[in-house]
Design a protein around this ligand. Structure first.
Ligand code: ZN
Length: 153
């Protein structure tokens, strides 16, 4: 347990991890603002927040969103990929399926709104990567279809 905690803390000292985790925090904040503004909320007390990753911009979340954020922080910290693709396009499915579904709907909601909140660059990168990923997927299924066609004739 102590080694895991040590590794988490070490990763939270990495600039790109800090960047990604802060973006995640902002995204979850947008989601929580839009869906749970009537719930009791408090400054998120996640492992990354305790390490000061969010600085003074600690997200204010309900307990449900706080748990999702804590989960995503850990997945980001222990991601073995470098450079890391956006989780939505990654072929390593390290998220539990229900967390993955939650993150996808959260990203779809918060992504476009984040453009107005200073994440234009991340938003654009996300769109470009999504496009690349869709092309790659189309290419692969076209190849698969061609192979299947050959087999059938
Ligand atoms: Zn919430």
């Amino acid at each position: 347990m102590s080694t895991l905690t040590g590794r988490f803390a070490e990763k939270m000292g990495d600039r790109s991890v800090v960047h990604d985790v802060r973006v995640l925090g902002d995204f979850v904040q947008i989601w929580c603002d839009g869906h749970h503004s009537g719930e009791p909320r408090r400054p998120a007390d996640t492992p990354a927040a305790r390490l000061g990753v969010y600085g003074r911009k600690r997200p204010t979340l309900c307990v449900e969103c706080e748990a999702h954020l804590a989960y995503a922080e850990a997945r980001r910290a222990y991601c073995p990929k470098d450079p890391k693709p956006f989780c939505a396009h990654c072929d390593t499915h390290c998220y539990r399926s229900e967390e993955r579904a939650w993150q996808q709907q959260m990203m779809r909601y918060s992504g476009p709104k984040s453009w107005r909140k200073g994440h234009a660059v991340d938003g654009i990168k996300h769109v470009l990567e999504a496009r690349k990923w869709r092309r790659e997927k189309a290419r692969r299924s076209a190849e698969a279809a061609a192979t299947t066609g050959k087999d059938e004739s």
